[in-house]
Design a protein. Structure first.
Length: 216
């Protein structure tokens, strides 16, 4: 089944979780466990429900205030035939000049126009960047998405010295006209946290129980 273009990986995970819960309760044999006589069907259905809940909780947690800037499928910088990318003569001149001044090394940027303004997407050294402008071409903000290995070493050092038993999952840099801030998503076996860093000051902005522990 092909999902409509508006659906992202987050929507797919939520839909999958609900399907698992529904069918594990109504028809546990649907997953093939009926043929395994040594398995207690009630326990099997319960396990599937727990697995589905883990997927749902972690998906919702990482897509809400705990993880306000975490990218999903829409951050991939590829040519999508369903999206109209702007030609050079369609790009707001004021926005184009600002973009070149801010990101002079960019070579693969793709411009799009929406109801509220312009969006630019590009990738550089495994860092995905989204830049937003209003309809007049004024800069609003930029979001830069980091995988673990592309996070600057100084931030890794600060995070691991403060949260030594955590693993860094990903990071997001938020650039506005007023300030530059970083949001890092870290986890261990029990907790999932979002840590904000501004001017080398660390602040935990969200703290959730890691539902993966329920499977152990």
């Amino acid at each position: 089944m092909k999902l409509p273009a508006r659906y992202t990986g987050r929507h797919f995970l939520v839909i999958t979780a609900f399907i698992l819960i529904r069918h594990s309760i109504r028809a546990p044999g649907l997953f093939g466990f009926r043929h395994l006589k040594s398995i207690n069907m009630k326990n099997t259905s319960g396990l599937l429900v727990r697995m589905a809940i883990v997927v749902l909780i972690n998906t919702l947690a990482f897509s809400s205030q705990a993880n306000p800037f975490l990218p999903f499928a829409d951050t991939v910088v590829t040519k999508d035939p369903s999206i109209h990318y702007l030609r050079l003569n369609e790009i707001n001149a004021h926005a184009a000049r600002d973009f070149i001044a801010r990101f002079p090394a960019s070579t693969n940027e793709k411009w799009m126009r929406g109801t509220t303004g312009y969006t630019v997407k590009f990738s550089e050294n495994e860092i995905i960047t989204h830049v937003y402008y209003d309809r007049a071409g004024n800069f609003i903000k930029a979001l830069r998405y980091y995988v673990e290995k592309s996070i600057p070493a100084r931030f890794k050092k600060s995070l691991l010295s403060e949260f030594s038993d955590y693993t860094i999952v990903a990071g997001t840099e938020l650039i506005t006209a007023k300030e530059k801030s970083f949001y890092f998503h870290i986890k261990n076996r029990k907790r999932i946290k979002t840590v904000r860093i501004v001017s080398d000051i660390l602040e935990v902005t969200a703290d959730y129980r890691n539902a993966e522990q329920d499977l152990h």
